[in-house]
Ligand binder design. Structure first.
Ligand code: GDD
Ligand code: MN
Length: 381
């Protein structure tokens, strides 16, 4: 296999040489055609001079340069170049020793074992973030992953923002890098999402993320803004599922009212006709959501169990809808009860969708989270 490690650099003069030397040692233990591709955005500290010096004795060390346009743009250029040079697998990796070079073989092994998109994950058992990180950085990282999982919808992945990854070239060709618009750190989520919906088999391998010793992080405020906007734009593009869910919900209302009228006309007491019609519409909704709205979701649970969960969620929605009604009636005693009844539908639908999407029909397919502890191999850098 021809493997390329894409290392973006911006002012990493103090790190890049040692990184290359460390990787040299790691490569000696691997039987693949290992290559390094440094993407330097004309760092003012002269990072690329160091790389050029190392290149004289290393034919497998490549360098591309350009203007600074952000981490995402650097990765896109680097990955396109790696594909052009015939890569079968491409690594993303920091050049500041945040990612242990001795973890490279573990990620590669997971790819050889069949995964298409391997993540060096800080948030699976055995993985970790630096204990010395400030509360702000910890929260920032946690928050980023919550946004990526719940807003962008990459729920099954624990570490969506990780910058240590080993990706099969075919996945990068499938997703078409040119269509990715994120320029900064948000790129990580854009790429992961594109791979996820293209059906790539994703696997998380625990790694211990180390704080850099030399230089400083390049993550800026602009990156955080772009990150959040990007997650929401992914969400909006994914509105199709929600639209289907609403269509099903409307059809359920028709079933509910239609059946109620029928049963009532047939002479059944309205107190029996009503719950029968309600339950019938819940089962109707469940069947359509199961077969249509969430048909793509992979989930091993038995249909009967999901049906039960769906019923429970319906009960919760009923509570929310009624609760909103009662609350508004208390707050505005003069207001229109019809309006309050309609107002109740909005939070109830939102919660109903959220719970069914992330619980009843949660996607458990394709992503494998390793519970095995990170290798205890001492770092040799
Ligand atoms: N060429 C280029 N251009 N390189 C850049 C740029 C850029 O605009 N911005 C950052 N880099 C390089 C850095 O020099 C470093 O080698 C690597 O990209 C990662 O940047 P850091 O500044 O060290 O990132 P970090 O440690 O804050 O963030 C890490 O964790 C994040 C998740 O918490 C990285 O792994 C991120 O990719 C990851 O999203
Ligand atoms: Mn770093």
């Amino acid at each position: 296999m021809k493997v390329f490690l894409v290392l973006p650099t911006y002012n990493e003069r103090a790190n890049i040489g040692r990184m290359i030397s460390s990787l040299d040692q790691v490569f000696q233990t691997l039987r693949h055609d290992m290559n390094i591709l440094v993407v330097d955005d004309n760092s003012p500290d002269g990072t690329q001079d160091v790389v050029r010096e190392y290149q004289t004795t290393r034919p497998y060390l490549h360098l591309i340069t350009g203007q600074k346009q952000g981490l995402g743009k650097a990765y896109i250029r680097g990955m396109e170049e790696a594909l052009r040079l015939g890569a079968d697998a491409v690594f993303e990796m920091d050049s500041d020793f945040s990612h242990d070079p001795w973890d490279v073989p573990r990620l590669l092994k997971a790819l050889e074992d069949g995964a298409d998109f391997v993540i060096g994950s800080r948030y699976v058992p055995g993985g970790s973030i630096p204990a010395e990180w400030s509360t702000y950085r910890k929260l920032n990282s946690k928050f980023g992953n919550i946004v990526a999982r719940y807003v962008a919808g990459i729920y099954p992945v624990r570490d969506c923002t990780a910058g240590f990854r080993c990706i099969r070239a075919r996945v990068l060709q499938d997703v078409d890098l040119a269509t990715i618009r994120t320029q900064g750190y948000g790129f990580q989520v854009s790429l992961l999402h594109a791979a996820y919906i293209s059906g790539a088999r994703i696997r998380e391998i625990p790694v211990k993320f180390t704080d850099r010793v030399e230089g400083e992080s390049k993550l800026g405020f602009q990156d955080i803004i772009e990150f959040i906007v990007n997650a929401w734009s992914i969400r909006l593009r994914g509105l199709e599922t929600f639209a289907r869910f609403c269509v099903v919900g409307f059809s359920g209302v028709i079933v509910n009212l239609g059946l109620f009228s029928l049963l009532h006309a047939a002479g059944l007491s309205k107190y029996i006709a009503s719950p029968l019609a309600i339950e019938a519409s819940i089962l109707w909704n469940f069947t359509l959501n199961h077969k249509w709205t969430f048909a793509q979701r992979q989930n091993q649970r038995r249909t009967a169990i999901k049906g039960l969960q769906f019923n429970l969620v319906s009960l919760v929605s009923l509570g929310i809808s009624f609760g909103t009604f009662v609350l508004l009636s208390h707050l505005f005693p003069e207001g229109s009860p019809h309006l309050f009844q309609v107002c109740g539908i909005i939070p109830a639908t939102a919660v109903n969708y959220f719970l069914n999407s992330y619980w009843t029909f949660v996607d458990r397919g394709r992503v494998v989270s390793d519970g095995t502890p990170a290798s205890e191999t001492p770092s040799r850098h």
